[in-house]
Design a protein around this ligand. Structure first.
Ligand code: SAM
Ligand code: SF4
Length: 327
């Protein structure tokens, strides 16, 4: 291993979130309320470029890669991307985050290609509310996708739910009931303010602190974190097969355990979801012979990583919405 990825604050980075496209077919109100609009001619990373990104990060100790987007499954070669990532000998975990649109028909192929973990975004268990939030009347199909994932051999599925005041905040009890008998880790994510979000944040942001308190009062216990875990605080309860994860980006200390870096679908290295424009690596992804230069660039860029985001101060950085950088 060439060198570990370590920043000035002694944080080590084992986990890469790799966006493979900005395109999405949903219109989630908090992300792409008007749908995806191509911004000029965009050429997303090719399979060969993706392989070079994977090789460079793996050489620096990365062992987990999440394929994200936009909607990653919008890529026709998504199964090949999974296979290429999973075939690297030093990558132990290949995960994806999907809106579930293509899950039902592809869960088995993705599993067979080497996908080890899957997160599906579901913001409501009420089909009408689901359609209202996402702009897609696909609730049943997404739920069938989760069944298909279990059938394909995933022993656990994670579900991401963005907490939204009055849009789904009244559904917490229903969500808990849903995971009583299912091996699902349900992750409530606090809404994060992004650059293009206008009044939406003020209107719908719901703190997760009250839910945390409620879980503790109901006997849920906090699980200990391990090296590769994301930022979720995970709670378990003896009466439930499922778990609850809380992602509370506004809680103090959220950035202390940051262990992830991001590459956008256009080949930029993003040191933080809420940082500035990103460091363009595309020129260094054109030939295998550039690997040493690519690694040196990643290593030196990492030294600019800030200690924390400034979301608390309303500073969202240059990220217009999470689909643009791989949320
Ligand atoms: N399209 C895929 C999906 O929705 O699962 C992957 C990309 S999406 C940007 C990744 C995750 O970010 C989703 O779970 C989504 O709900 C979440 N997300 C998007 N915008 C967000 C925001 N402003 N605050 C909190 N979570 C957000
Ligand atoms: Fe698309 Fe995911 Fe953004 Fe929803 S959250 S609009 S599914 S990229």
């Amino acid at each position: 291993m060439a060198q570990q990825l370590k920043d000035r604050f002694q944080r080590q980075f084992y986990y890469l979130r790799l966006s493979v496209t900005d395109v999405c077919n949903f219109k989630c109100q908090y992300c792409l309320p008007d749908g995806y609009h191509p911004n000029g001619r965009r050429s997303f990373l090719t399979l060969a470029e993706i392989e070079r990104v994977v090789a460079a990060f793996a050489a620096c100790g990365t062992n987990k890669i999440r394929l994200t987007g936009g909607e990653p499954s919008m890529r026709r070669d998504f199964t090949d991307i999974i296979a290429a990532t999973a075939s690297h000998p030093d990558i132990d975990i290949v995960a994806t985050t999907t809106n579930g649109y293509r899950l039902k028909d592809n869960a088995q192929a993705w599993r067979d290609a080497g996908l080890s973990r899957i997160n599906v975004s579901i913001d409501s268990l009420d089909p009408r509310q689901f359609a209202l939030i996402t702009g897609q009347d696909r609730f049943r199909s997404v739920m069938e996708g989760i069944d298909a994932a279990f059938t394909a051999g995933f022993d656990k599925v994670k579900v991401n739910t963005v907490l939204l005041k009055s849009l789904n905040s009244h559904e917490i009890g229903g969500f808990l009931e849903w995971i009583r008998t299912r091996p699902i880790q349900l992750r409530f994510i606090e809404l994060m303010q992004t650059g293009e979000m206008d009044k939406f944040f003020q209107r719908y942001h719901q703190s997760g602190q009250a839910i945390k308190q409620q879980l503790i009062e109901q006997g849920w216990q906090l699980r200990e974190r391990s090296e590769n875990d994301g930022p979720a605080q995970v709670f378990y309860h003896p009466d439930y097969l499922g778990e609850i994860g809380l992602i509370l980006p506004y809680e103090s200390g959220f950035c202390l355990s940051c262990n992830r870096l991001r590459i956008s679908a256009l080949g930029k290295l993003h040191l933080c979801l809420f940082g500035e424009g990103g460091i363009d690596l595309r020129d260094l992804l054109q030939q295998d012979a550039q690997q040493a230069q690519l690694i040196a660039q990643i290593q030196s860029s990492l030294q600019q990583k800030a200690q924390t985001h400034y979301l608390h101060e309303g500073n969202t950085g240059a990220t217009p919405h999470l689909a643009s950088i791989g949320g």
